[in-house]
Ligand binder design. Structure first.
Ligand SMILES: [Fe+2]
Length: 198
């Protein structure tokens, strides 16, 4: 029998934050306050919705202390498993996005970041997934008309990550991702962030 190994993996990590309800209420109240003081926000990868601006450094706000601790612990664990044990990292950016129905995020990456991520504060039923795109520059398998073709990690060009409240997703900043138009009833609220290595 042949033997095979997988190489050059693309790491996408998920972590369910425990007892998130109270924390998320706190974060939602914070987002409401930030939107009141800066109703237009900024436009980044988002089409529609609200994206917090740099007027306020959300990383420094006390409401973020607990979730930042979990994010840091998880990121430290994850990068240690990748071969970077003991690496110094700092969360150099964090921002909130609020997506009503129809709002979306175009395909993009965070090229200067070692690690990026999203923490899901509010996820109405029917919310669209977070999509990751195959980073390889050419399609490795040309999807031949195989009668038994299956979508596998080898053949797929896009991974859809179903999101839910309390979910933390970490991925390398170089990995392209997007969010299709939000379909849920009510607004989806996400805290996103980047890490740089020291
Ligand atoms: Fe992003």
């Amino acid at each position: 029998m042949p033997t095979g190994t997988n190489h050059f993996p693309t790491p996408i990590f998920q972590h369910e934050v425990s007892d998130f309800a109270e924390q998320n209420e706190k974060l939602l109240a914070l987002v409401t306050r930030l939107r009141e003081t800066d109703p237009s926000g900024v436009r980044r990868s988002n089409y529609g919705g609200w994206h917090s601006s740099d007027q306020v450094d959300v990383r420094a706000l006390p409401e973020l202390a607990d979730v930042k601790k979990v994010i840091m612990e998880t990121a430290t664990f994850v990068v240690a498993g990748m071969g970077f044990e003991g690496l110094g990292m700092v969360m150099n950016e964090a921002w909130f996005t609020v997506s009503p129905a129809g709002a979306m995020n175009a395909r993009h990456s965070h090229p200067r970041s070692f690690l990026s991520g999203a923490y899901y504060v509010k996820v109405p039923v029917g919310s669209s997934p977070l999509c990751f795109h195959d980073p390889r520059p050419v399609k490795p398998y040309a999807t031949p008309a195989s009668p038994n073709f299956k979508v596998t990690p080898y053949t797929t060009e896009m991974l859809t990550c179903q999101v839910r409240e309390g979910l933390l997703v970490l991925f390398p900043g170089w990995l392209d991702h997007s969010v299709p138009p939000h379909q849920g009833e009510g607004e989806r609220v996400v805290l996103s962030f980047n890490f740089v290595a020291l």
